[in-house]
Write a protein that binds this ligand. Structure first.
Ligand code: NDP
Length: 513
């Protein structure tokens, strides 16, 4: 930004920094031949390595069923690193620490071979027997993998003296309350809660973490962060993309399971939770769970008043003709899976009594954006006889999670001149303009935290159960009849008309459309 033209000068001083040290460890990535490993995990590990954020003592074993040799696997991984020619040496050093173990998840023999490899590599790289197991397979095999590594002696319980073994589990953790509880029951035969890192990559985003810092390190917001001053809160997570390469998974899951149970409720908890007593993994997660337990159950017989369920039809996204969901590759032509959900929620506690939270998330929307809008109450009385109180725009605080990461606060001001004209202005903070550096990728941050034994940004089982429990009634109702409540919307729009009605019948409107 040209600072001379900037409406405001924001000076960023680093006041203090807290840095923790990673511990030596070996990684095993299950599902190492898959999309997530290729697009996110190997590039994240390489970035951490390149920036000397991983301990010098580390190695990675890819585990999958594909009959690859070590050389072939290294070639595959090399293709994911996106390293330039002048980084060839660094990439080479990284690849020297990458190994492959071909195996089946139901074979104790294969897990025995993996255990042997781990023993040798711990010895060679001086990783002290510490391990991170990353479950990046479809969820159906999580239980089998944990049983396999548990029986092979690869999940020793963590002690202060070490060695330790942590297990990162990708979403989805269950498909409803019953399956999430069953999965937990099965894995807890081999793992204690302090070893389980249920990942929600949204929690690794700088902008998401900053919500907490913003709320609890600035004293001017907390006094107004309640039902007396806030009219309502909106959270929008809109994608322009369709199902892309994840059709099989998505057509079984749908938007409610894919976005609400995890990302959406995590964002909401950061905005609405009480201040934890300290930034400690247990205290912090206690507050999130308390919030989840305060969600007012949606009345089953009046679901339509609170929840909108949509599926995209044909349309135009960014000016390009786009097929209907049911015509996308890999999607059943009679699919009743929702690609959009909007919801109105209440939190039954002292702070939020009567404040609606409007949440919406969808695919093939008009614009890609994830943002939270905190809309303050209108002024109670206008001092200007010609202008009524509700003619002034309310103050709106927006957390832009992605893209264009930042925060804005709108306020009313007098337009210069002899007439009394009011204008709505914005205080803008944009990460890239101020800090002039790319934020760390979410997976890098979360993997790093796991190497440091820090569970703060990972999801605890009681939160998983709280959110699945809340969504249970909606899931049951939708599963009771084909296409229950499903309404169409054109690809490239802001969702079904019913979503607009959900908020406009309360005399409010979606922000940012
Ligand atoms: P993939 O479908 O690409 O599967 C990963 C690997 O798992 C495959 O390469 C395959 O390897 C193995 N696999 C597939 N099906 C089975 C099966 N039935 N039994 C045993 N192994 C199987 O998944 P993704 O990489 O897309 O995702 C991995 C996990 O991460 C999933 O749980 C997903 O929900 C989650 N996730 C993914 C995201 C993404 O962007 N991809 C984003 C957020 C979460 P092989 O055949 O060689 O053994």
């Amino acid at each position: 930004m040209d600072e001379a033209k900037a409406p405001l000068r924001i000076i960023a001083h680093d006041q203090f920094c807290v840095e923790k040290k990673s511990q030596p460890c070996g990684f095993v990535i299950y599902g190492a031949s898959g999309d997530l490993s290729h697009r996110k995990l190997f590039p994240a590990l390489y970035e951490l390595f390149k920036n000397s954020l991983l301990p010098a003592a580390f190695f990675v074993i890819g585990f999958a069923r594909k009959p690859w040799s070590e050389t072939e696997f290294r070639q595959e991984v090399a293709g994911t690193l996106g390293s330039s020619e002048d980084e060839a040496q660094k990439a080479g050093e990284f690849l020297e620490r990458v190994f492959y173990c071909q195996g089946d998840y139901d074979s104790s023999e294969d897990f025995g071979r993996l255990a042997g490899m781990l023993r040798d590599l711990h010895e060679r790289f001086k990783t002290r027997g510490n391990m991170i197991h990353y479950l990046a397979t479809p969820a159906e095999v999580y239980q089998m993998i944990v049983a396999g590594i548990g029986k092979a002696g690869l999940t020793p319980h963590n002690t202060a003296e070490g060695p330790w073994s942590n297990v990162i589990i990708e979403k989805p953790f269950g498909a409803d309350l019953v399956s999430a509880t069953a999965l937990q029951h099965a894995i807890s035969e081999h793992l204690r809660e302090e070893q389980i890192y249920r990942i929600d990559h949204y929690m690794g985003k700088e902008t998401v973490q900053n919500i907490l810092m913003f709320r609890f390190t600035n004293s001017i917001f907390e006094p107004v962060w309640n039902h007396q001053h806030i009219d309502h809160i909106q959270i929008t997570m809109a994608e322009t993309l369709g199902v892309e390469h994840r059709a099989g998974y998505y057509d079984c899951a749908g938007a409610l399971r894919d976005m609400f149970q995890n990302h959406m409720f995590q964002l909401m908890s950061l905005v609405a939770m009480e201040p934890p007593q300290g930034f400690d993994p247990q205290l912090y997660r206690d507050e999130k769970v308390r919030l989840a337990r305060s969600l007012r159950p949606i009345p089953e017989d009046r679901l339509d008043e609170f929840v909108v369920r949509g599926q995209y039809g044909p349309g135009k996204v960014d000016g390009i003709d786009t097929a209907a969901y049911r015509n996308e590759a890999g999607i059943r032509p009679d699919s009743n899976t929702e690609t959009f959900v909007a919801m109105k929620l209440f939190v039954d506690n002292w702070r939020w009594a009567g404040v609606p939270f409007y949440l919406r998330s969808g695919k093939r929307m008009a614009r890609q954006t994830t943002e939270i809008a905190v809309v303050f109450k209108s002024i109670p009385h206008s001092i200007f006889p010609q202008i009524s109180a509700n003619q002034f725009s309310p103050n709106v605080l927006i957390f832009r999670i992605q893209p264009d990461e930042g925060i804005s606060l709108s306020f009313e001001a007098k337009h210069p001149g002899p007439k009394l004209c009011m204008a709505t202005l914005k205080l803008e903070f944009n990460y890239k303009d101020i800090f002039r550096e790319e934020p760390m990728e979410a997976y890098e941050r979360l993997i790093l935290d796991c190497t440091q034994g820090d569970q703060t940004l990972f999801v605890r089982q009681d939160m998983i159960e709280g959110t699945w429990g809340f969504l249970g009634k909606i899931i049951n109702r939708w599963e009771a009849g084909p296409g229950e409540g499903l309404v169409p919307y054109p690809a490239g729009s802001w969702g079904p008309e019913a979503s607009r009605m959900l908020i406009e019948k309360d005399d409010r409107r979606w922000i940012g459309e």
